[in-house]
Ligand binder design. Structure first.
Ligand code: G3I
Length: 342
């Protein structure tokens, strides 16, 4: 109760000073959430929370290959466009996710037949049609997503199998179609996986040496309360040292990583989660501002998380807002923590 009153009084003070009391007004870099058009349309609390707290948006699923390009000769931008309309109507920055991935690939692409030239033409058509459609609307793109395995080798995929140098080609194609877009390589789980991290750094070095346009690194940050602070800090440091823009692109912090059926989201778990949110935001605040592309949460409320849906882990609470889109303790603590640094 005391905490609620304190938070309320802080909000009232900020409003009376004409300051934006929500998360987006309290940090000096963009802060976003991945969103789902169905929830935006059907759930007023979800929509209101997304509008008030965040100034950036990523489509959680609806700009991916499977959804925008369901058949070889048919694109379907309808749901992605709902996210565009939301962004434009509410003056949010829009981040594109993702042009080339091994997952959520439509069946026709998986079954595509042809030599490497035909594959390249098919990839070109996909990347450029999508990038052109969203040109002038998205600020940046996750051009290539999750290409490396933990041990640092190139992940086997239809792209790796059929198109030599597909990463570089994808960046070139995206740049040709939308020369103003900030182009990212996006991946997860670099912390504690030095070979994976090194493969990403080597790729960046190689692309830069060949003048291939890469402008940013997305660190997804699907982490958990047992993730090690030193390992997280190390990969952030290594990423910053590339000079590229840095996006914590899919942040969530799992509290029940072993998916225990009898898990209780108790004070210990909450404290550990708060400490990780604070660590990530504080570390991000120390990045040179020219490299701060922003921090994006992977959806809004705990029940919207992919960990419960896609991953089927019902007892997960990885975000800042609860099932009713109320702020959790982690939200208040995060706000306090960023204010101490700003
Ligand atoms: O929309 C269909 C629905 O019509 C159908 O009835 C239902 C049955 O399974 O599936 C629904 O689609 C699901 C979709 O999410 C929308 O909810 C897919 O099955 C499901 O596979 C898909 O999961 C997404 C996952 O990527 C796919 O790999 C998650 O929502 C999404 O959060 C997740 O996001 C990825 C990032 O793109 C890349 N980084 C990792 C991150 C988490 O896995």
């Amino acid at each position: 109760m005391k905490n609620i009153l304190l938070a309320l009084s802080l909000f009232m003070t900020l409003i009376s000073r004409g300051q934006d009391p929500f998360l987006k007004g309290q940090v000096h870099f963009p802060v976003g959430a991945s969103l789902n058009p169905r929830l935006l349309e059907n759930n007023p609390n979800y929509r209101a929370r997304a509008i008030s707290e965040f100034n950036s948006v990523t489509a959680e699923n609806h700009m991916k290959m499977m959804l925008v390009h369901p058949e070889q000769n048919r694109f379907d931008f309808s749901k992605g466009d709902e996210i565009v309309n939301y962004a434009m109507a509410n003056k949010k920055r829009l981040h594109g996710h993702t042009l080339v991935w091994h997952n959520q690939v439509p069946t026709w692409m998986k079954e595509f037949q042809g030599d490497s030239q035909a594959w390249e033409a098919m990839l070109k058509n996909h990347v450029q049609e999508v990038a052109k459609h969203y040109k002038g609307k998205v600020v940046g793109w996750d051009v290539v997503n999750e290409s490396f395995l933990d041990e640092g080798s190139l992940r086997p995929s239809i792209w790796a199998e059929h198109i030599p140098d597909y990463i570089a080609k994808s960046f070139q194609l995206a740049h040709e179609a939308d020369p103003d877009a900030i182009l990212f390589y996006n991946d997860y789980g670099q912390d504690g996986k030095p070979k994976k991290m090194q493969a990403i750094l080597d790729m960046v070095k190689d692309l830069k040496a060949r003048n291939i346009p890469i402008h940013g690194l997305g660190l997804q940050m699907h982490i958990n309360i047992d993730s090690k602070d030193e390992e997280l800090q190390k990969v952030i440091e290594q990423s910053v040292a590339t000079g590229l823009k840095i996006h914590f692109s899919e942040l969530d912090i799992a509290v029940n990583p072993k998916n225990q059926a009898d898990f209780v989201y108790d004070e210990t778990a909450k404290k550990a989660q708060i400490a990780k949110f604070n660590l990530l935001f504080k570390t991000y605040q120390q990045i040179p501002s020219s490299q701060q592309y922003g921090i994006t949460f992977w959806n809004v409320g705990d029940q919207d998380t992919w960990l419960r849906g896609y991953f089927k882990r019902p007892k997960e609470y990885p975000l800042l807002f609860d099932e009713n889109y109320e702020r959790k303790g982690a939200y208040d603590e995060l706000l306090k923590s960023v204010k101490n640094v700003n």
